[in-house]
Design a binder for this molecule. Structure first.
Ligand code: HEC
Length: 278
């Protein structure tokens, strides 16, 4: 025979195809499970109908956004959650709460931690001057306010970084902890795991990869990955200090080391080889 290994090659091809189909099926199943176990709450629409829960006046002794003592009109976040029909069916230990802000910022925390923190959704700032609903916040020289909603905890320490205090809050999502996050996990590449963890910690609140993550900054992976159009050592430098590249940049300097930035780039290069299919 001219091609003695022909049948073997075909066999290997078939096995590879089957394995890849299986992988896609698993990914689809993960996405369906994820949707069934998620709850979306549009706070703006909710407050337009009826406020869910008793109005309360609360005091925050050291407000981390206004940097002083503040008083707000607020509604308990737990009473809002308890009014959601499917909330009682959620497995709290396996769920995270994701906060959606007007500018696409998306911080998150474990639901369990949130539920024990006595969180309140503030909708009116009692220190605001006549005619204004909120006092002004000055951030990076820009003036803004906390409207429409600001999540506060009268009893949590503002120095504890596990608690998120999002303002300009518009919605809340409950999502399974680590099902879709797993889709971004570099299962088959040990070298990218450190970068994956750093990305989850520092970047995902603002940037999406394959459409998963915040939208305040640009999607970093598809259709083109940043690693395809940035020169690598410049990308590492940009991630450490964006202000040295662009004037009036919105991305903050994140206090990460060169080594950490390099690890993140290793991960971004891995994800470049695992792009979302259109
Ligand atoms: C608070 C939000 C925020 C965080 C956190 C953040 N970024 Fe950004 N990033 C932005 C915004 C907004 C831009 C768009 C440029 C600008 O205005 O700053 C950007 C731009 C970028 C760009 C340039 C994209 C391009 O196409 O030129 C890269 C790369 C990047 N970010 C990577 C990262 C990485 C990696 C992290 C985590 C270590 C991170 N960012 C954390 C908001 C953020």
């Amino acid at each position: 025979m001219k091609y003695p290994n022909f049948q073997l090659v075909i066999l290997i091809l078939i096995v590879c195809c089957l394995a890849s189909c299986q992988h896609k099926k698993e990914a689809k199943q993960q996405v369906t499970d994820y949707e069934q176990n998620s709850i979306n709450i549009d706070l703006v629409a909710l407050f337009e109908t009826a406020k869910q829960g008793k109005d309360t006046v609360i005091t925050v002794v050291e407000d981390p956004v206004y940097h002083k003592m503040k008083k707000y009109k607020a509604v308990s976040a737990l009473s809002i959650l308890n009014n959601v029909e499917r909330f009682s069916k959620i497995d709290i230990a396996k769920t995270k709460i994701v906060f959606e802000c007007k500018d696409g910022y998306k911080p998150e925390m474990p639901l369990q931690l949130f539920l024990t923190a006595q969180p309140f959704i503030a909708y009116e700032d009692l220190d605001a001057t006549e005619g204004a609903k909120w006092e002004t916040i000055i951030k990076n020289g820009n003036k803004m306010d906390a409207a429409p909603f600001y999540l506060v905890y009268p009893n949590a320490s503002p120095k504890d970084s596990r608690y998120k205090w999002p303002y300009n809050l518009i919605g809340i999502k409950l999502e399974p902890l680590s099902s879709l996050d797993n889709v971004l996990y570099p299962k088959d590449d040990q070298k990218s795991i450190v970068g994956y963890k750093l990305f989850q910690k520092y970047c995902i609140t603002c940037h999406a990869i394959n459409d998963i993550g915040g939208t305040m900054g640009p999607e970093l992976n598809y259709p083109k990955s940043v690693t395809e159009y940035w020169i690598e050592d410049q990308l590492v430098k940009y991630i450490i200090d964006p202000t040295s590249f662009r004037h009036k940049v919105k991305m903050p300097k994140l206090e990460i080391t060169k080594k950490e930035s390099e690890e993140i780039v290793v991960y971004l290069k891995y994800m470049c080889r695992h792009k979302k299919e259109n």
